[in-house]
Design a protein around this ligand. Structure first.
Ligand code: HEM
Length: 203
């Protein structure tokens, strides 16, 4: 439970910040949304999150490209069945490749590009977007995870300027591990936003 809840969320935040420093226009748009809905006189808080639609799209797009559980969790079929023309006997170990589904060019337009806008306008990905699995064994922490990741990211964007450490893009290779870590940990420069220094100093 601790690993399921902490590492997955931490890794998702690291992928999201990596994507944002590589896409400064997206970062700018997220900050503009925060400035418009929350302002600069107080820290973003949980009740603000449902209003921050672009931020939600960034979190979804991060989970699409870098699902923290790329093969979900192994399941076992409870009965004989047929899936897509394949006979699956009872007791078969089943893995769902969410990573591949999320990058399938037959269901996603320009699948390898980071484009949070694809989730705008009510697009929720339905059965093609499954970072938390589906059905009875879907992640019970999905709601909490979405709120935690969104709130952490929102505060980081609202309060700090983020930049890459050099002209070179942040390396987005995936490393080896249960929760798909970055191959190279993120290094980025951040400094408090001038407008937020008062709020930060009162925390
Ligand atoms: C970004 C964050 C997270 C991601 C991407 C994620 C993803 C997943 C996935 C894919 C599964 C397997 C679903 C399946 O079997 O089809 C799962 C299971 C689970 N998750 Fe999460 N999770 C996250 C955060 C959390 C949090 C915050 C908690 C709790 C505080 C949590 C608790 C659990 C538990 C207990 C299970 C096992 C459920 C079962 O086997 O019935 N997860 N998660």
């Amino acid at each position: 439970m601790l690993l399921a809840g902490t590492d997955t969320s931490a890794v998702t935040i690291e992928w999201a910040v990596s994507l944002l420093v590589n896409h400064p226009k997206v970062l700018e748009k997220a900050r503009a949304e925060l400035d418009s809905y929350v302002g600069q006189d107080r820290l973003v808080d949980e009740p603000d999150i449902p209003k921050l639609h672009y931020l939600q799209s960034i979190v979804n797009e991060t989970l699409r490209l870098f699902p923290a559980a790329p093969l979900l969790v192994p399941h076992q079929s409870s009965d004989n069945s047929t899936v897509g023309g394949f006979d699956v006997p009872r007791g078969t170990l089943l893995l769902v490749n969410a990573w591949a589904m999320h990058r399938d060019p037959t269901v996603w337009d320009d699948p390898t590009t980071f484009k949070p806008e694809r989730f705008e306008g009510g697009e929720n990905g339905a059965h093609k977007f499954v970072p938390f699995g589906m059905g009875r064994r879907r992640c019970p922490g999905a709601g909490l995870a979405n709120r935690m990741v969104s709130l952490a990211l929102a505060a980081m964007i609202q309060c700090f300027e983020w930049e890459r450490v050099s002209e070179e893009l942040v390396d987005m290779s995936e490393g080896v591990g249960l929760t798909m870590p970055k191959a190279l940990p993120l290094e980025a420069m951040c400094r408090p936003r001038e407008q937020m220094i008062r709020v930060l100093s009162e925390l």
